[in-house]
Design a protein. Structure first.
Ligand SMILES: Cc1ncc(COP(=O)(O)O)c(C=O)c1O
Length: 387
């Protein structure tokens, strides 16, 4: 059996895979087992922020691998402390809990919100407000936090204590937090799985105002948009917010599993020894990769993200078959006239990898994708939309 057949036979059928087997890659170019080369506009869903086989990241990770790969959270490891320090210094926050994924980072945020509220407001203040069309993960609590019925329907009963507000509906949000005893608001600045939809400056201001007025924690899910992709280090920085909790994952590790819940002043000491934990969370190899990634997300790199974003938006907005281009930085969504799966399969046949979010095409290229490759890929996207 070849890889396609073995995988179909033995791997659980939770993914609707495209017919491409990775063999190797360099930067934004992928070699498939079919002998063809592909331009990657997906980055393994916003993970490989400096592309594949990236030399500085590989050097950082292999240096740590040559020392020790894991030591458990019973002991100290320099890359873990260093990454936490960098995250705090660059966000103005206080402490970091390391996990292995975005869902786990959000689980930590949910626990922090519940414990903080129980201690400061009373145990009945356990509700967390999230937004319709949000996505926060696949564990049962983060599924419950996700404001999309299609993810809930087969898994009831879900953990209670999640309420959903509509993006843009200030009155509805006010009503929800007035009529229910709430701990926090959890939100994404750009709803990725919800179709790549920014919540907008006005609603970001509303979230800050309502959280302030009702003594709620503001918790920003930066799992997909964070780590440079928005054109700022974290997406909330584009909206001038200062959340109490920031969760991130994906791009932070540059390709190895990591998750982080970054805790601000109000919640810095909520978690005490024994309150939460993880065997693999804060793996030193992942953290060494994270230190390398974060040290390279400087103003020059971020300016490059904004420049590439403007190029894509200008090239595709108004193109035949594309009805809208939404998003922020290098997390962009194309509203298209043909079914998204058909578009993505056509793009693959023409040598370009894209992802899908709801009915839209989602572009998540490497933050340093070379302009000439981006131009080639954009030409292919235009052809796919117009055909
Ligand atoms: C905004 C957001 N939050 C959470 C998650 C879950 O992350 P993970 O798949 O690493 O658990 C995702 C994954 O796509 C995401 O986009």
């Amino acid at each position: 059996m070849n890889t396609f057949e073995t995988d179909s036979r033995y791997v659980a059928h939770t993914y609707n895979r495209f017919p491409l087997e990775y063999v190797s890659g360099k930067g934004s170019l992928i070699e498939g087992s079919d002998g063809k080369q592909y331009i990657d506009l997906g980055s393994g869903i916003a993970v490989n922020c400096f592309g594949l086989n990236d030399e500085p990241w590989k050097a950082a990770v292999t240096e740590q691998l040559g020392k020790f790969q894991h030591c458990s959270n019973l002991y100290y490891a320099a890359p873990v402390a260093q990454l936490a320090q960098m995250l705090c210094q660059r966000t103005g926050m206080e402490r970091v809990f390391f996990a292995n994924s975005g869902a786990e980072a959000n689980e930590c945020a949910i626990k922090v919100a519940r414990k903080w509220a129980a201690e400061h407001k009373g145990p009945e203040y356990y509700n967390i407000v999230t937004l319709h069309k949000s996505f926060h993960g696949r564990t049962l609590a983060t599924l419950a936090a996700t404001g999309q019925e299609k993810y809930h329907k087969d898994y009831r009963p879900l953990p209670e204590g999640f309420l959903y507000a509509e993006v843009g509906d200030k009155a509805g949000l006010e009503e929800l937090v007035t009529q229910n005893k709430c701990a926090a608001i959890l939100f994404e600045c750009v709803q990725g799985e919800g179709g790549v939809m920014p919540i907008g400056q006005d609603f970001a201001d509303t979230l800050r105002e309502v959280a302030g007025k009702h003594d709620l924690l503001l918790m920003c899910d930066e799992v997909q948009l964070g780590n440079g992709r928005s054109g700022q280090l974290y997406g909330y920085m584009n909206y001038g917010l200062q959340p109490d909790v920031v969760t991130t994952a994906k791009g932070l590790g540059g390709g190895l599993p990591i998750g982080a819940a970054i805790l601000g002043k109000r919640v810095a000491d909520v978690l005490q020894p024994g309150d939460h934990g993880s065997t693999f969370g804060g793996n030193p190899v992942s953290c060494a990769g994270g230190v390398n990634i974060l040290s390279r997300l400087d103003e020059t790199l971020l300016a490059g993200v904004r420049e590439r974003s403007s190029y894509i938006v200008e090239a595709l907005r108004g193109a035949k078959g594309i009805t809208a281009v939404n998003g922020m930085g290098l997390m962009l969504g194309l509203e298209i006239q043909k079914p998204a799966r058909e578009f993505a399969e056509l793009a693959l046949q023409k040598g370009v990898l894209v992802t899908i979010a709801k009915d839209n095409i989602r572009l998540l290229p490497a933050l340093n994708i070379p302009m000439d490759l981006l131009q080639q890929a954009v030409t292919v996207l235009k052809e796919c939309a117009a055909e």
